[in-house]
Ligand binder design. Structure first.
Ligand code: TEU
Length: 561
């Protein structure tokens, strides 16, 4: 009989080590800190832990700029501590996957240092080096090889006076893009992946993996309204050889291994059609990808820094599209937040009056879909946006770059702060709140980024024992998935697609059927006639209430059969 892959009923938890738990007192989270809190994760019920990068790195982008792929960064721990973490994770029956950041390296990686040393060195083509645009002298303002902007602001090219050429970086200048056209680059990446799997890890989360193939001529892009730089995405998002490269990787790394790994790609800008190609099991590529459509619902025409409150009805539309598109072929990953996004409860819910109700409603929507749910650290206790009162509390290089650009455009500091408070990646990077002691129990030292002042009320210790416990609600959702094929594998059918406040759907597998009913608003909402009123499996209000009315942010799961 057909055996679905193990990860079809698994739940993944993302640990952002830097902000998880610090045992050394230097203010930066570390591996012993993760080990100390593994029981929290196994009690939550998660099957897999995804670790954001802990490799050696100058930390310009908190580890997404790796200078040595086979070393643990000293700030996070020792090699021995990593092996102990892995053993402790396995001992609890969980798996560990690592970030794989291979669209780019750090500019301090030895391969880049060699590549930059001369035009004729063997590593020159490991990165993208180009001379100035025609008619410009090397280094002359405006002479960049093409007009692409970097994702973190400014040009995607940095001039290197030593060799009088420019190198490409889709992200910061400290993150030069690897040239995947080079077979040597690909081979070295595959060797490194094999090395990690031999060390015993259980898979990878592949950073920006759909950016690895660029159109070879690196053509100019049309310039958007008012922008200095253009969006190069058409030349690198799901580029010409991306599927070939990934299939080659799968053959070189996974084909001869017996164990069943988890491979998830981070694919910003991916369309549903591309996602099917990436995740169709018959094509031998990825198990699942992170799509970003729901992360754009509050972006205005000017992009992420042009914040516009979203309409919850749009979330329904996006969820429905992805649930349907990947129902026959391929598989969805399900997430509402990560280290790059504001906190889910602050963004999609009401983190003030209905924090518990909206956090658990959002969890219901997420965990009751078909796909593999990813929980970002702190979501399981309903942690909120950072709430910084001052610009100097921000640390993220992208936020700081935006601050510089916005200041030069004459935007007031108050407005910049208000925007960062909604949008900045640091919203999700404040330390994990463990208890109501100093620094929320994260560190005995000075944290690298401020703890959210609400840690006295919102913390693991308080939440786990509270009457309204987000943690215990997550536990129940995870339990439900582990024991129900309707949850993990069932069909998805959206009810009432036109209703802006009611988010209701059915899940069906064989003769098991569940109905999910959510009121995505702070006002009472009548229950439609066709919805069930009995056999409640799980809900986020403790008393049954009026069967005809959903209370603010109420979520109910009913069993139909
Ligand atoms: O993110 C890549 C990515 O596609 C984005 O979502 C990006 O972070 C966002 O547009 C910026 O707001 C990955 C990592 O998750 C991120 O932390 C890194 O900064 C980035 O790659 C570069 O490695």
């Amino acid at each position: 009989p057909y055996q679905p892959a193990w990860w079809t009923n698994a739940v993944v938890y993302q640990v952002y080590t830097r902000s998880f738990a610090d045992t050394s007192g230097d203010g930066v989270g570390d591996l012993p800190g993760i080990i100390e809190h593994l029981d929290h994760l196994s009690e939550l019920g998660v099957d897999v832990i995804w670790l954001s990068p802990i490799h050696q790195s100058p930390q310009y982008d908190n580890g997404y700029d790796i200078s040595n792929y086979r070393r643990i960064d000293e700030r996070y721990g020792t090699e021995e501590e990593f092996d102990r973490l892995l053993a402790e994770v396995h001992r609890r029956g969980m798996k560990l996957i690592m970030d794989l950041v291979v669209n780019h390296t750090s500019d301090e990686h030895s391969a880049f240092v060699v590549s930059a040393s001369s035009r004729s060195n063997v590593s020159r083509d490991s990165y993208f080096w180009r001379g100035p645009r025609r008619g410009f002298a090397p280094g002359e303002p405006g002479g960049e090889p093409n007009n692409w902007g970097s994702i973190f602001g400014g040009s995607a090219w940095t001039y290197h006076p030593g060799t009088e050429q420019y190198y490409l970086h889709l992200f910061s200048p400290h993150q030069p893009d690897l040239n995947w056209e080079s077979t040597r680059v690909r081979q070295r990446v595959f060797e490194m992946m094999n090395w990690w799997l031999d060390r015993g890890i259980d898979g990878f989360r592949m950073d920006a993996i759909n950016f690895i193939s660029k159109r070879p001529s690196l053509p100019d892009s049309p310039v958007g309204a008012g922008g200095m730089f253009a969006n190069g995405a058409p030349s690198f998002v799901s580029g010409p050889r991306v599927h070939e490269f990934i299939q080659e990787m799968m053959r070189a790394v996974f084909a001869y291994r017996d164990a069943d790994y988890l491979v998830v790609g981070e694919t910003e800008g991916v369309t549903v059609d591309e996602a099917v190609l990436f995740t169709d099991p018959l094509r031998g590529e990825l198990d699942m990808v992170f799509q970003f459509e729901h992360m754009r619902l509050d972006h205005g025409p000017g992009g992420k820094w042009d914040y516009l409150p979203m309409d919850p009805a749009d979330l329904k539309t996006v969820v429905n599209r992805w649930q349907r598109a990947l129902s026959d072929r391929g598989w969805n990953s399900l997430y509402l937040g990560n280290h790059d996004q504001p906190r889910a409860v602050s963004r999609f819910g009401d983190d003030d009056k209905y924090r518990y109700e909206s956090a658990t409603l959002l969890a219901t929507l997420q965990h009751m879909q078909r796909g593999t749910p990813f929980i970002y650290q702190g979501e399981e206790i309903g942690m909120t946006n950072a709430g910084f009162a001052s610009l100097d509390q921000y640390r993220d290089l992208e936020s700081l770059a935006y601050y510089g650009i916005a200041t030069r455009r004459g935007i007031s500091p108050e407005r910049i702060l208000a925007t960062l408070n909604q949008v900045s990646r640091d919203n999700a990077r404040t330390p994990m709140q463990w208890d109501d002691g100093p620094n929320g129990g994260f560190t005995t030292g000075t944290p690298w980024i401020d703890v959210n002042p609400n840690y006295r009320d919102i913390n693991v210790q308080a939440d786990r024992t509270a009457e309204k416990s987000v943690f215990r609600y997550y536990q129940q959702l995870i339990n439900l998935r582990h024991g129900s094929k309707a949850v993990s594998l069932g069909d998805f059918e959206l009810m009432d697609p036109g209703d802006p406040k009611l988010f209701a759907f059915r899940r069906r597998f064989g003769d098991e059927e569940l109905a999910v009913l959510c009121n995505v608003s702070g006002e009472p909402l009548p229950v439609p006639q066709y919805e069930p009123r009995h056999r409640l499996v799980l809900g986020n209000y403790s008393d049954p209430g009026d069967p005809e009315m959903l209370r603010p942010w109420e979520a109910r799961i009913h069993r139909l059969s």
